[in-house]
Design a protein around this ligand. Structure first.
Ligand SMILES: Cc1ncc(COP(=O)(O)O)c(C=O)c1O
Length: 380
């Protein structure tokens, strides 16, 4: 009898959520901390502070034209005007020239995104500060624990504990505000974190999530009609809530769940991708812990061809947002910004492809990605 092979799919991103309760996370020296309900709320909280410190009634904050629409939502929620800036060529980061072009008397700050673990250059943070603007470092895609606080560059830094983020609590966020006052507010922390009991609904949700990211169940999930997993949508802002008390006690264990693909595996994937015309950018080979392994194809058609074939082989390759912010349906931007051209952001969105590099990418799954890449047919 022929052997039946169980169908499986390799998820694009995500680690198992740990329900192990531990001591509260260490404090970030030199920052005040606000643990909130999501990364978007953390960003909204940071932007509220930026607005409060701004001298003009109109408060503009710049953000890259290729980004998660949650950034626009946080701006709207905080009552600041989002101003899109183009990226630098072949880069996920805005150029200083593009920032200078959009500078007005209303400009208050710039959101700089850590892209999948890759940080914008420190020089860019310094140059923006020299323009008299505040920097908001969005680290939703790259967590740093308190003992690495020295690596953080922004006046404000935000982390996300959402699904598929490096430290996942299936929802949550942290805003760090640079401050001279490092004393912990004892009463606030006590009332926020004393109840460590994990609600059964969260236990159930985490167990289901941990199950569904397994290759067989992930395959089944992808077959469910109408779920549109991984699609990017604009979500309206919500009032800022505190992180539920019990989640504070899960942070340490989930920091321990972070995964970094080893250098040898990264090199093999990079070579296999290069053989199909997909190239690393920036500081590759990357020494940083990455959420996904990013590459640029020569053009959109090439990228889409590889993406379609890898996905058809059950490999969770992803183009991320696929398009610049003005093209993401429902994103509230004024018509001038909607109609403006962001050529580098468009080019980056057209050519980006990311490969999974989570803890499930080893053994047979790793070989499967290599062979799916090798089998990819590129038509010229
Ligand atoms: C760069 C960036 N910032 C902010 C967010 C929002 O985080 P959350 O989903 O926790 O609200 C995301 C989410 O994907 C993100 O990628």
């Amino acid at each position: 009898m022929p052997k039946t092979i169980t169908p499986t799919s390799i998820r694009p991103v995500g680690e198992h959520v740990s329900l192990k309760q531990q001591a509260l996370p260490a404090r970030y020296a030199g920052f005040s901390e606000q643990y909130v309900g999501s990364g978007t709320m953390a960003l909204q909280y940071a932007l509220q502070q930026v607005k409060a410190r701004h001298k003009h009634p109109i408060c503009e904050v710049m953000l890259p034209a290729y980004a998660c629409p949650d950034l626009v939502s946080a701006c709207i929620g905080a009552g600041v005007t989002p101003i899109l800036v183009d990226l630098g060529p072949n880069s996920p980061f805005p150029s200083l020239d593009a920032i200078k072009d959009k500078l007005t008397q209303h400009s208050a700050g710039v959101i700089l995104i850590n892209f999948l673990g890759l940080s914008p250059p420190k020089r860019l943070f310094d140059d923006i500060s020299a323009l008299g603007l505040m920097t908001i470092e969005d680290r939703a895609q790259s967590f740093e624990p308190a003992h690495e606080a020295g690596k953080l560059l922004g006046d404000y830094v935000i982390f996300s504990f959402g699904k598929g983020k490096p430290v996942s609590l299936l929802g949550g966020g942290l805003c760090l505000s640079r401050s001279a006052n490092t004393a912990r507010d004892a009463t606030e922390q006590k009332s926020n974190t004393s109840d460590s009991k994990i609600p059964w609904a969260f236990r159930l949700k985490a167990s289901l999530y941990n199950l569904v990211i397994q290759p067989f169940f992930y395959y089944c999930l992808l077959k469910v009609p109408g779920l549109s997993i991984g699609e990017t949508h604009y979500k309206a802002p919500e009032p800022i809530e505190n992180l539920p008390a019990f989640k504070h006690h899960l942070i340490r264990a989930n920091i321990g769940r972070q995964h970094a693909i080893n250098q040898n595996a990264q090199d093999q994937l990079t070579q296999a991708a290069a053989a199909k015309g997909l190239h690393s950018f920036g500081s590759a080979p990357y020494e940083q812990r990455l959420l996904r392994l990013p590459f640029l194809a020569p053009n959109k058609q090439h990228r889409d061809t590889v993406l379609t074939q890898l996905n058809a082989s059950g490999i969770g390759a992803s183009a991320m947002y696929n398009t610049p912010l003005p093209n993401i349906k429902g994103t509230p931007l004024d018509s001038a910004q909607r109609e403006a051209a962001y050529p580098n952001a468009l080019d980056f969105a057209d050519r980006l492809i990311t490969l999974p590099c989570h803890s499930g990418v080893r053994g047979p799954a790793f070989k499967r990605i290599l062979s799916a890449l090798a089998d990819t047919q590129i038509s010229n």
